[in-house]
Write a protein that binds this ligand. Structure first.
Ligand code: ADE
Ligand code: ZN
Length: 317
């Protein structure tokens, strides 16, 4: 099925083998001796337990070519999974905080995306995420570093540790991002309460919500999402691996789809959560009696919820 992916952290697409190879090349010491040991460590109890490993894993990325190789590897998975359009996220602060230049990160990432566009027609947009466990000032500095690249960046998002870092902490920097013409996205309602989704909508004025599954707990919010057709980029395997749901059968994605909320399926951090986009669809098909119509609706939503132009949407749809 042709589809788009709208919620993908490029640092979350590093394979254990690549992590190992880059650690050796760049003389980074990892607390694992084998690829199997890396895989065995991927047992998470919540978002933070994952993020601790995820930031450690990202520390092997150092050169422009490393960011190219990481992104190129993900682009090949897009081709394999029939993803025609992808909106990938990158978190510059993960790298600038440890002395890697912003330009190194973005130029390697973009070079791979442009190659994929040229070689097999992959359509893409780039999203820059602020790390919400860091300060507003750090986000402001990151936005400044991004401005020379504004033509290449479509949207600004917010990720990392959600609990205790509400969207309101970043109200001013998102106002600036909006004034610069960026689309706005935020992780909200992954682990955090429905109020964080309201804050993302009312204070950050988001065009789209990453996750948003806890919206379900607030009927007025559900009504608002339906009325305004604010898309949710849902990540089923991620939610189970981070213990948001005990198992996939308990996931609310089809409930929300049935309510006419614009939900989409995404992989989030595929190498950490046990699957790329098709794996997420297959897991849903195993856990639910997913009909062809529901699968098509999810794929259709992935294009309508994307930031491509209306003209390009017509082409895909
Ligand atoms: N960064 C990478 N994956 C994330 C997730 N699922 N939630 C918040 N921040 C993230
Ligand atoms: Zn995410």
């Amino acid at each position: 099925m042709p589809k788009a992916e709208l919620h993908l952290h490029i640092d979350g697409a590093i394979s254990p083998q690549m992590m190992f190879d880059l650690a050796e090349k760049n003389s980074v010491i990892l607390p694992y001796k084998t690829v199997e040991e890396v895989e065995a460590a991927y047992e998470f109890s919540d978002l933070q337990s994952f993020l601790d490993l995820y930031y450690q894993g990202a520390s092997v990325l150092q050169t422009e070519q490393d960011f190219y190789d990481l992104t190129w590897d993900y682009c090949l998975h897009c081709q394999a999974d029939n993803i025609l359009h992808t909106e990938i996220s990158f978190d510059p602060q993960t790298h600038t905080e440890r002395g890697i230049a912003f330009d190194t990160v973005i130029s390697g990432t973009l070079r791979a995306l442009k190659d994929a566009e040229q070689k097999f027609g992959l359509s893409y947009k780039l999203m820059l995420n602020f790390l919400r466990h860091l300060s507003e000032e750090s986000a402001q500095q990151t936005l400044q570093s991004a401005l020379p690249w504004a033509e290449q960046i479509t949207s600004i998002g917010l990720d990392s540790s959600e609990l205790d870092h509400p969207p309101r902490k970043f109200e001013r920097v998102f106002a600036k991002a909006r004034a610069e013409g960026f689309k706005i996205v935020a992780h909200a309602g992954e682990e955090g309460p429905p109020d964080y989704i309201w804050q993302a909508i009312q204070l950050l004025k988001v065009d789209r919500i990453d996750h948003g599954v806890r919206a379900d707990e607030d009927p007025a919010l559900v009504e608002y999402l339906i009325q305004h057709q604010i898309p949710l980029t849902v990540c089923p395997l991620s939610n189970v691996r981070l213990c948001v749901y005990e198992n996939l059968q308990q996931h609310n994605i089809f409930k929300m789809l049935g309510q006419n909320i614009r939900v989409t399926v995404n992989s989030d951090d595929p190498t950490y959560f046990g699957g790329y986009l098709n794996d997420n669809f297959f897991a849903l098909a195993d856990a639910f009696p997913m009909t062809q119509l529901q699968a098509i609706q999810l794929a259709h939503n992935s294009f309508t919820a994307s930031f491509i132009s209306d003209q390009q949407k017509q082409f895909f749809l």
